[in-house]
Design a protein around this ligand. Sequence first.
Ligand SMILES: *[C@@H]1O[C@H](CO)[C@@H](O)[C@H](O)[C@H]1NC(C)=O
Ligand SMILES: [Cu+2]
Length: 316
Amino acid sequence: MQLLRLLSLSSAVSAAAIVQQRQPCTNPEKRVEFRTLDAAAQKQYTDAVMCLATKPSGLNLGLNTTLYDDFSYVHTHLNKIIHFCAMFLPWHRNFVQLYHSSLRDCGYTGPMAYWDWSLDAADPAKSSIWDVVGGNGGTDKIEKTGDQEWMCLTDGPFKDLRPAYRETEYAPHCLSRDFYDGKERPGDMRGGAYNAEELKFINERETYADFRLYLESIPHGSIHSAVGGQKGDMKPSSSPNDPLFFLHHAQIDRLWAQWQQGNPEAREKDIVDDKVNPVDGSKATLDDVLPFMDLTADIKISEVMTTQNDLLCYIY
Ligand SMILES: *[C@@H]1O[C@H](CO)[C@@H](O)[C@H](O)[C@H]1NC(C)=O
Ligand SMILES: [Cu+2]
């Protein structure tokens, strides 16, 4: 009995799909805008994304889906506790880091990259990002799972991807985008919500509570809905289905890091948020644990309040 218990304990401990190494941060890596990578590096990145979809699930749940799908699975199952509360920024900071670490295991040797959509806000549908990651789905390439219609990608390196989940439901489908225009100015893909002026306004917020609320609700949410629309993967809580999710969230992380740099002493400790944790009603503290199911070991919020420590080691 004793032995059995030990065995199951040790398998539980070693089950994490991704092991995060801790080591002194002597040479932080500079993250870059995705389009500043040369064509070979961009291809290495998108090849590594495709490689994730060839690896078995690393979660200890007996899933028959892939490591690629694990990111979506974990995000959608934790959806209610990692959004619209303090945990939003620290949780996604580590989530992007985990993704980068998996891309490395799949042969990508460059820095994590972000998509600075403020550069494209004047005419997002014409952004050069679509040349690299594929563009909008095709109105004549529709698939259905249950009552969900999908608008499948028609070009780019990801057009043959088959994400396994729609929210928490097993529903394999084509990777989809459904560009959505704001009601205010048809054709603009809600660009006014994520242009340089909007980012300046958000960066001027004094408290974490205000900063997190504006950043999450306005540019973050607008990109999800502008790219995802009704029939795209970026909209539902399984949005990590779209590789663009991670370039988007690296940009969100960059904006948080830049805001923190405006007053590091205060802002690398500020996690005070008006919005309580939706599950247990508590106010966040730096000692709160960020859950990752068994994608990786849980960590504390305090471990990701800077991008340069023994767990994370990068700058923008
Ligand atoms: C994979 O798992 C899902 C969900 O449990 C199940 O519905 C499906 O039939 C399985 N597919 C295969 C090929 O085993
Ligand atoms: Cu999220």
